[in-house]
Design a protein around this ligand. Structure first.
Ligand code: F6P
Ligand code: MN
Length: 320
């Protein structure tokens, strides 16, 4: 089995600045993994504060943010960092050519009930060689991302990376403290039978989505179900399952969240790039996610992502 380093050597990417950033992500994730496995009850508590999006901040959100920030701010390739946990972008190294946006611990409201969580990363190359980071470095279409990655702290800890039109998955070997390539060149089936949506929102969402969900619930001619519903409430875990097995994840605009719940730059865009490179598709109902130009750094969006034919079918309801 190829180790993480060997894989990038074989891909001739091991000298690239992006590899240095991916190394930081892999090392940071090992620290988070250890902290999660230590099971310190103190870590499972809320900070008692709200973030910029008015969500409860968990102690582990802060810890994960600090762990990754420590790595990124020492990395000479990184010029600026945007995090879900920080209102403003953070200045990195003056000579860095890359900007990184992250959700350091996605799904953290699930921590106290022992449900998988993740870390999500979006990497852009700067357009201008200026030493100061600025919002324009982040307000870019997702299609321009150089690379995207997530870590899923689940039954095993895995690191999924989208680069050069391919998605590869690495599993952490705890004894050796090394990632190994375990899921080479991931491709999502064009059809799947999983639909993932928080049905608590169903009465307040676009009628097109309600229609699609109704289709998923239709029985076949033998009176058996055609789809299965799965919603964990941790985006990384929900997306990962659907990417591997085939399925669709839907988080639409709702009465509570009129712009959607998920953040475009550091949640949807990286997941959308991974989806694209694994052969699936994403949209907000009107526009492809990867073509949206963000207007502000913590912008939210409706998010539909998954098996190509399922997403196309859902979008066909919008056109009728
Ligand atoms: O980061 C936002 C998040 O926690 C995602 O991981 C998840 O998909 C979503 O929110 C769940 O939202 P809700 O609790 O409204 O279903
Ligand atoms: Mn999140």
């Amino acid at each position: 089995m190829l180790s993480f380093n060997k894989f990038f050597e074989e891909e001739k990417l091991h000298q690239s600045p992006v590899f240095k950033i991916l190394k930081d992500i892999s090392e940071g994730s090992m620290i988070i993994n250890e902290i999660l496995l230590n099971g310190n009850p103190e870590h499972l508590k809320s900070e008692g504060t709200k973030n910029i999006q008015s969500e409860d901040v968990q102690k582990l959100d802060v810890i994960a943010n600090n762990v990754f920030l420590d790595f990124f701010l020492k990395n000479k390739e990184i010029n600026g960092v945007l995090s879900e946990e920080n209102e403003n972008i953070i200045q990195g190294h003056k000579t860095g050519d890359f900007s990184i946006a992250m959700d350091p611990l996605d799904g953290s409201s699930n921590i106290s009930v022992n449900i998988p969580v993740g870390s999500i990363f979006s990497i852009h190359k700067k357009d201008n060689i200026n030493t100061v980071t600025c919002e324009a470095d982040f307000l870019k279409q997702g299609i321009k991302q150089e690379c995207a990655a997530y870590v899923l702290y689940g039954t095993a800890t895995i690191l999924i990376i989208a680069i050069n039109n391919q998605v590869n998955g690495f599993t952490l070997n705890l004894k050796e403290k090394k990632y190994y390539l375990t899921y080479p060149n991931i491709k999502t089936p064009e059809w799947g039978n999983i639909f993932s949506i928080n049905e608590g929102n169903i009465k307040t969402i676009d009628p097109e989505i309600i229609q699609y969900v109704e289709c998923c619930k239709k029985l076949n001619k033998d009176g058996k179900r055609t789809h299965t519903g799965r919603f964990i409430g941790s985006l990384v875990a929900d997306f990962h399952r659907n990417m591997m097995k085939g399925g669709i994840f839907i988080y639409p605009k709702t009465a509570d969240k009129p712009n959607g719940q998920l953040r475009l730059i550091y949640e949807c865009n990286p997941i959308a790039l991974i989806a694209q490179f694994s052969g699936s598709k994403s949209s907000d109902g009107n526009e492809l996610i990867l073509e949206k130009t963000p207007k502000n750094i913590h912008e939210r969006t409706a998010f539909i992502v998954g098996s190509k034919n399922m997403v196309t079918k859902l979008l066909s309801f919008y056109k009728k």
